[in-house]
Design a protein around this ligand. Structure first.
Ligand code: 1HE
Length: 269
């Protein structure tokens, strides 16, 4: 697989390493000396990166350089922040992570080592999480005397439930990779060092879907899950009609009916 570096502005994001291989972008958090702690500039660069990805990119992978995915909020920036700038800081994270969750393309997180605090908030803004066996999850905000501020209270309970998040935050409990899989934090656990390769392979597959299908899954599914059943079913019918009326859907359906498309078969080990 050939990796090319990213065009234009993306090359100037010094806290990220962005490479693009055809339809898949690989975005690496590139602050390994600080365990990829999320400083203001790093959050801003993530935001810029997702807004600026070229149109040809149809799926992205986020991973972390060094021994850990991400150590969360850069605690050195927090020490002297007043209330107003605290709210604005949290809203800055929200804007950046919304650009990931509700952007144009699906994002797969490739996890290893520490996925803690804001690192777990970042991972939970992605659409699929792949962990390797070294991965562990924690929410040390309770121990640090703070609260989540990067969307964690909205996103993490939607993955694993309020009771489990309460336990992690109050007791400092840490989940290992298998526990994270069991509670829904990740969708895959792979051997040590293989999460990026697995995430890239999934991203190549996702990128082959019709863009409108991926868009519907990203944008309609979580919103429908938040709606009442009656509203959800109505939203679903609108989304279904939009998706199936696109030319791409029509040609994919014709391809199946004419025997030119793959069948759904049992997974092989
Ligand atoms: C940091 C940070 C950080 C490392 N902010 N500088 N997050 C936490 O409470 C997790 C804090 N970090 C750790 O528990 C550990 O650093 C790790 C388990 C992630 C990694 O341990 P290790 O032994 O590999 O590295 P280290 O020696 O602890 O750290 C290496 C350097 O990174 C060191 O700096 P140095 O100048 O002494 O070399 C650390 O100070 C620095 N570093 N983590 C700042 N987080 C929007 S709200 C979100 C709220 C939160 O995320 S709270 C959770 C914060």
């Amino acid at each position: 697989m050939t990796h090319t570096s990213a065009p234009g502005l993306l090359n100037h994001l010094d806290l990220l390493q962005v490479s693009i291989d055809g339809v898949v972008a690989h975005i690496r958090l590139n602050r390994p000396a600080k365990r990829n702690a999320l400083s203001d500039p790093l959050i801003q660069q993530l935001h810029t990166c997702f807004i600026q990805l070229p149109d040809a990119v149809r799926c992205a992978v986020i991973s972390g350089e060094g021994q850990h995915f991400c150590a969360g909020l850069d605690l050195s920036e927090l020490v002297e922040r007043d209330i107003h700038s605290g709210v604005l800081h949290s809203r800055m994270w929200h804007a950046a992570f919304d650009a990931i969750q509700f952007g144009r393309i699906p994002v797969v997180a490739a996890l290893h080592g520490a996925v803690v605090g804001g690192g777990l908030e970042l991972a939970s803004a992605c659409h699929i999480r792949v962990a390797d066996t070294t991965t562990y999850y924690g929410l040390p905000e309770g121990q640090r005397g703070i609260f989540v501020g990067g969307g964690g209270s909205a996103r993490i309970p939607r993955l694993m439930g309020v009771a489990r998040m309460t336990d992690l935050m109050m007791t400092g409990r840490v989940y290992d990779a298998d526990e994270g899989l069991a509670v829904g934090l990740s969708q895959y656990v792979v051997p040590e060092g293989e999460s990026v390769a697995k995430a890239l392979a999934l991203a190549q597959r996702i990128a082959q879907n019709a863009p409108m299908s991926n868009f519907a899954v990203m944008h309609a599914l979580p919103r429908i899950a938040d709606q009442s059943q009656s509203e959800g079913l109505f939203t679903e019918s609108l989304m279904a009609a939009v998706a199936e009326s696109t030319p791409e859907a029509q040609s994919r359906l014709r391809a199946f009916l004419e025997g030119r498309a793959g069948k759904v078969v049992k997974a092989t080990a």
